[in-house]
Design a protein around this ligand. Structure first.
Ligand code: NAI
Length: 306
């Protein structure tokens, strides 16, 4: 497969590193900054001699190099600084992504597109509109990361292995995300049997603020190790057509009472992209949160000119 990563920043380059190590296909990484993708790619190619991979990787400033990609991952744009919300990024990033999307449509019209750039649900919508692609082929990475954070906090609390924690976080990728404790298990044992409600509530709250916690510590830039790991799980599900059920920002057409917007829901991921959207039963509070998060997203979308 040919995989292109737009943006050679923290998230883009770390994603390329992980993909190269897995030898999933040939990779192209692009950026507007001259020399940046080329320099990082040279470094990554040389790492292959030590880590033992032969993955073909190209670093470029030229969109023509993404020609005929099977999969394109968008990570171009600006990230949060302390005190900023994901929504603060919208003006700059929507402009960038409109341009990026037009180039994807031009050079890789058959590709599946995974958007990562924030504000996630909005930018994914813009990517779908400005590529003109089928909604099933364009989706966003959010819930896999948020679920990973939730799982990590649960494992820490229970002093158990992260590998045994299975969880699901849906809703918007922001303050209104909806972690789902009732769909969380540790090796099949319901989380609600393992921890009292107030302790689960604390873990949920830390999950919602998981990105901000890192932004505050770093003082510049935002998370990229867990985000790139999340991207790679989604890429693998598509490339290997594995039909994994993962949360993703997907285009809703009536599911969860929502239409015409993107937000996080459990989907089945395969070679054609989002193959199915799963509708889970939620409790009243969670429905209310979903309604709020969809309202916020809808408000922003209604002001967009795409
Ligand atoms: P970064 O600042 O390290 O990298 C962004 C890169 O995009 C830079 O190298 C920049 O030169 C490039 N760029 C800017 N305009 C471009 C254009 N027109 N064409 C091509 N490249 C362009 O930022 P980082 O940390 O890699 O984050 C990237 C984006 O991903 C941000 O919007 C961030 O908020 C988002 N993000 C989303 C996550 C999620 O869960 N969905 C998790 C982590 C980050």
């Amino acid at each position: 497969a040919k995989i292109s990563v737009i943006g050679a920043g923290n998230v883009g380059a770390t994603t390329v590193q992980r993909l190269a190590e897995l030898e999933l296909g040939e990779i192209v990484m692009t950026d507007i900054v001259e020399g940046l993708p080329q320099g990082k790619v040279l470094d990554l190619i040389q790492a292959g001699a030590i880590k033992g991979y032969d993955t073909s990787i190209i670093g470029t400033n030229n969109y023509a190099d993404i020609v005929d990609s099977d999969l394109v991952i968008i990570t171009a744009g600006i990230a949060r600084k302390p005190g900023m919300t994901r929504e603060d990024l919208i003006k700059t990033n929507s402009k960038i992504i409109t341009e990026v999307s037009r180039n994807i449509a031009k050079y890789a019209p058959e590709s599946i597109v995974i958007n990562v750039t924030n504000p996630l649900d909005i930018i994914t919508y813009i990517a779908m509109k400005s590529t003109g692609f089928d909604t099933k082929k364009v989706f966003g990475m959010s819930g896999v990361l948020d679920s990973g954070r939730f799982a990590s906090f649960i494992a820490e609390e229970l002093k158990c292995s992260k590998k045994d924690v299975q969880t699901m976080v849906i809703g918007g990728h922001g303050d209104l995300m909806v972690p789902l404790p009732q769909y969380t298990t540790v090796s099949g044992v319901p989380l609600t049997d393992l921890l009292p409600e107030d302790r689960i509530a604390r873990l949920v709250e830390r999950t919602v603020n998981g990105g901000a916690e890192i932004v505050e510590l770093l003082k510049q830039g935002s998370a990229f190790y867990a985000p790139s790991a999340a991207i790679v799980s989604m890429v693998e599900a598509v490339i290997k057509n594995s039909k994994r059920i993962l949360p993703a920002s997907a285009y809703l057409e009536g599911q969860y009472g929502q239409e015409g917007i993107y937000f996080g829901v459990p989907v089945k991921l395969g070679a054609t992209g989002v193959e199915e959207i799963l509708e889970l039963k939620l409790d009243e509070n969670q429905y209310e949160l979903l309604r709020k998060s969809s309202e916020t997203i809808r408000n922003v979308i209604s002001q967009l000119k795409v």
